[in-house]
Ligand binder design. Structure first.
Ligand code: ADP
Ligand code: MG
Length: 229
């Protein structure tokens, strides 16, 4: 599904240069559930943002679905992202001024999907996440666990092939965190490729493969025996 070759990403501020990703190569197959672990600051989010085309590498090659992302124009990249990738963030990133239903509808609007079809898809995914009864609520009226379920609904409403999650349980207590993990496992069992950044060894058990980063490089890689639902 995707292949990174010798990816380098530097951040420069006036005083220092940080090598956030330092010559990393990685291949992820369609249908995999991969967890990325490592200490704070080791480059996990930077790597995920490069995979999600929210950020560009300084050098190296990135192939997604056999297309060379590194050679694409920004507009092409945006199109590919909208059609292929869903994002889930630690702090949910919902839009406070929009209702639950409107938040989930947004990615469909970006894809110019007709209104009737949008309403249908929104309702279907909210039902799947067990949150349809909160459709007309605003994010601030929901618990953290409910907000993250809305955020997952928004990430998957377009039926993306690849879901990227950056510490999706980081702001949730273990009960709600496990709910979100179960949802991700369910999506993976239905064929969605998932790459999840996590601090939690327990959460990483949801994955089939665990990659550990240190200083922007791959430190180790471990394949889990089973992906239990
Ligand atoms: P992680 O997600 O593993 O905590 P990040 O990918 O966020 O790590 O950051 C990797 C390194 O790059 C860190 O040293 C961080 O301080 C630095 N960094 C990340 N984003 C920026 C930025 N926008 N400007 C400058 N440095 C950054
Ligand atoms: Mg991070």
């Amino acid at each position: 599904m995707l292949r990174l070759e010798n990816i380098i990403k530097k951040y420069r501020t006036s005083a220092v240069e940080t090598l956030a990703v330092n010559g990393l190569s990685l291949e992820i197959q369609q249908g995999e559930f991969v967890a990325i672990m490592g200490a704070s600051g080791c480059g996990k989010s930077t790597l995920l943002n490069i995979i999600g085309m929210l950020d560009n590498a300084d050098s190296g090659r990135y192939m997604l679905n056999d297309k060379d992302v590194s050679a694409m124009r920004p507009k092409e990249r945006t199109e590919l992202r909208k059609n292929t990738i869903g994002f889930v963030f630690q702090n949910f990133n919902l839009i406070d001024e929009l209702t639950v239903g409107e938040n989930v509808e947004l990615p469909l609007q970006y894809l110019n999907i007709p209104k009737n079809e949008r309403k249908e898809k929104v309702l279907k995914v909210l039902e799947k996440m067990g949150i349809a009864h909160r459709q007309n609520h605003y994010p601030s009226q929901l618990s953290g666990g409910q907000q993250q379920r809305v955020a997952v609904a928004r990430a998957v409403v377009t039926e993306p092939k690849l879901v990227l999650a950056d510490e999706p349980t980081g702001n949730l207590d273990s009960h709600f965190g496990n709910e979100v993990l179960d949802i991700l496992k369910g999506l993976n069992n239905a064929g969605t490729t998932i790459v999840m950044v996590t601090h939690s060894a327990n959460d990483a058990k949801a994955a089939q493969r665990i990659i550990e980063l240190r200083d922007g490089k791959m430190l180790s890689e471990r394949v889990e025996a089973v992906n239990q639902l």
